[in-house]
Design a protein around this ligand. Structure first.
Ligand SMILES: Nc1ncnc2c1ncn2[C@@H]1O[C@H](COP(=O)(O)OP(=O)(O)O)[C@@H](O)[C@H]1O
Ligand SMILES: [Mg+2]
Length: 344
């Protein structure tokens, strides 16, 4: 599983736009993606058309130190599109830093929460706030990679030195390697400053920078205001092409991280004497559905979480030997009545 922080303490450099659209593009390429909004401003949450007033719980609840009830990240996951899942944030996240002051291990709250995830993903992306406080630190500590979007504006390079210092500190504190890669954003080929900064960045970061460049493109701005990703909003736009190119480069590195996408694992694990059977459940309002049965000793293991389809149905293909099976769905932790199916 690749865990990627999208971080830069400078606001407005394209963190949220990159988080949303890289996630959506990776999912469109069949990767199972979880995007975590870690910014109290909740821009990813709003950009994905989620009304924070209607949310009972957010990422805050999964990170705070509540003794009354424990919320896990799985509890707050919202399906967005096929293979695209999301953990929302709201303004109460801004109180977390103060609430956790003095709490041991407060820097690894997110890392621990991700470790406990019931369901596995190919990618976890984290949209960081525009600061280098506890939230960003948590994100870096939880990550195997850090992508730094850098806009091609006059002040864009200010602060990257400080960010690199923090990353160095995080590297010393963790037991795993962390790869850093810069992404040039809001590039405008007509302006001299864009070209100067791009050249400077290429000299500075060299191979630690993606070749793909995200051009300044009004469709990316429009898409957010409609609560859509660029994949849904306009596949003909330059913005879509750029994010798709970036996605291709990200996918190229998968072998370095030992990622074999779930879809490919499923294909290669097919056994000839088994039957592939699709289970479908209609529940457009549900947040998560698992399927359990006597075929897996009634334990809702991660492989048996169903995927939400665009029409509000949930489906899962399971390989089973021919025979008679009992099963139930778990819809948002509520078990449905027993069902029976004979497979021939
Ligand atoms: N490539 C781009 N072209 C045009 N506008 C962009 C682009 N990337 C981001 N924006 C816009 O710039 C603003 C800041 O981007 P955002 O992704 O929210 O930055 P951050 O999360 O770093 O604060 C938003 O209004 C966004 O729609
Ligand atoms: Mg943002």
């Amino acid at each position: 599983m690749r865990k990627i922080s999208i971080a830069n303490q400078k606001g407005g450099c394209g963190k949220t736009t990159t988080s949303i659209n890289l996630s959506a593009c990776l999912a469109s390429k069949g990767r199972k993606v979880l995007l975590i909004d870690l910014d109290p401003q909740g821009h990813s949450t709003i950009g994905l058309n989620i009304d924070t007033n209607e949310l009972e719980k957010t990422v805050y609840d999964a990170l705070c130190d509540s003794e009354i009830e424990t919320t896990t990240l799985d509890d707050v996951v919202i399906p967005i599109a096929e293979d695209f899942y999301f953990v929302p944030a709201s303004i109460n996240l801004s109180a977390l830093e103060q609430e956790l002051s003095g709490v041991p291990n407060r820097e690894i709250k997110l890392k621990e929460a991700i470790k406990k995830l019931y369901r596995s993903y190919d990618y976890i992306l984290i949209d960081c706030p525009p600061s280098l406080g506890l939230l960003t630190f948590n994100s870096l500590m939880a990550s195997t990679e850090i992508f730094i979007p850098i806009d091609m504006g006059f002040f864009s390079l200010q602060g990257t030195g400080r960010l690199m210092e923090i990353i160095e500190l995080v590297r010393k504190k963790t037991d795993h390697e962390i790869k850093v890669k810069a992404i040039a954003t809001m590039y405008d080929k007509r302006t001299r400053i864009s070209n100067e900064i791009l050249n400077h960045l290429r000299d500075h970061f060299r191979e630690l920078m993606f070749n793909a460049v995200i051009n300044s493109n009004v469709k990316l701005k429009e898409a957010v205001s409609f609560g859509e990703t660029i994949v849904e909003y306009d596949r003909k736009s330059q913005g879509f092409k750029d994010y798709l190119e970036l996605t291709a480069e990200v996918i190229e590195d998968e072998s370095l991280f030992g990622v074999i996408p779930f879809k490919e694992q499923e294909k290669s694990s097919f056994k000839p004497n088994m039957i592939e059977k699709q289970f479908v459940y209609h529940a457009p309002q549900a947040k998560s559905i698992k399927i359990v049965g006597n075929f897996n000793h009634w334990v809702p293991t991660a492989e048996l979480w169903m995927d939400r389809n665009e029409d509000g149905t949930w489906s899962k293909v399971i390989q089973l030997e021919p025979g008679e099976y009992q099963y139930r769905y778990i819809v948002d932790d509520r078990w449905t009545e027993n069902k029976k199916r004979i497979l021939k």
